[in-house]
Design a protein around this ligand. Structure first.
Ligand SMILES: C[S@@+](CC[C@H](N)C(=O)[O-])C[C@H]1O[C@@H](n2cnc3c(N)ncnc32)[C@H](O)[C@@H]1O
Length: 210
């Protein structure tokens, strides 16, 4: 079966709302996460890298990770056009997620993944101690955000994501509305809030004495 994201990769950035959303989220991440030239950043489910490319000159290295060959091809073109030597791609359909990364960010990807808890656990595992997971996705909705596509999750309750974060060694440092998608559904204007939840990786607890 053809991959929806492969088919739409070449025209993905023509949707100005997606670009605006990614830039708005990048601005918020910048306000809440200390970025630096020594840091390794991963954009998980990067698509064409709309979020991650914002940070190209602010971190030491960026890995753009996705399962869609078409999306990764677009990222390759952008890296070549920018002349950047501090960015690369990771094809997660062929390779495992490793790390460690100082920052992992992800926008509108988790709701496409059936076992979201296991995925979040893998992301936390790939973080360095004191690293940050910056997760953006849809708040729970009634299924009308994706008009034709069927996805594993119609968004998430923030309380559930926060609870998972705590279970997987992440202290929640921010939980907020990062953006509001406005679009018409069956001719009716609708709003779909997108959350930004940031978690900071805990150091491993000291073993109990005695
Ligand atoms: C809705 S798009 C979002 C793309 C980009 N983050 C953006 O905001 O423009 C979802 C992305 O997640 C990717 N994806 C789907 N399942 C994935 C998985 N299991 N691991 C990594 N990426 C995945 C898709 O290929 C697609 O590029």
């Amino acid at each position: 079966m053809e991959n929806y994201f492969d088919v739409h990769s070449a025209t993905w950035d023509a949707n100005r709302d997606r670009v605006e959303r990614a830039n708005a989220i990048a601005g918020l991440i910048r306000q809440h996460v200390p970025l630096g030239a020594q840091m390794r950043l991963l954009e998980f489910g990067c698509g064409t890298g709309l979020l991650g490319f914002n940070f190209l000159s602010e971190v030491g290295h960026i890995s753009f990770a996705d399962t869609s060959a078409g999306m990764l091809e677009e990222v390759h073109k952008k890296i070549a056009a920018s002349g950047a030597s501090n960015a690369g791609t990771l094809d997660l359909s062929q390779n495992p997620l490793t790390g460690p990364y100082n920052v992992i960010c992800s926008l509108m990807t988790l709701h496409h993944i059936e076992d979201h808890r296991a995925q979040l656990e893998a992301l936390s595992h790939a973080l360095a101690a004191d690293g940050y997971l910056c997760l953006c996705d849809l708040d729970s909705e009634d299924g009308s955000f994706h008009s034709r596509e069927v996805v594993p999750h119609n968004g998430f309750a923030r309380s559930e994501i926060e609870s998972i974060f705590r279970d997987i060694q992440l202290d929640v440092t921010l939980s907020t509305t990062g953006y509001i998608v406005r679009k018409e559904v069956a001719g009716v204007p609708r709003e779909f809030p997108v959350f930004l939840i940031i978690g900071k990786k805990r150091h491993k607890p000291f073993p109990a004495l005695g």
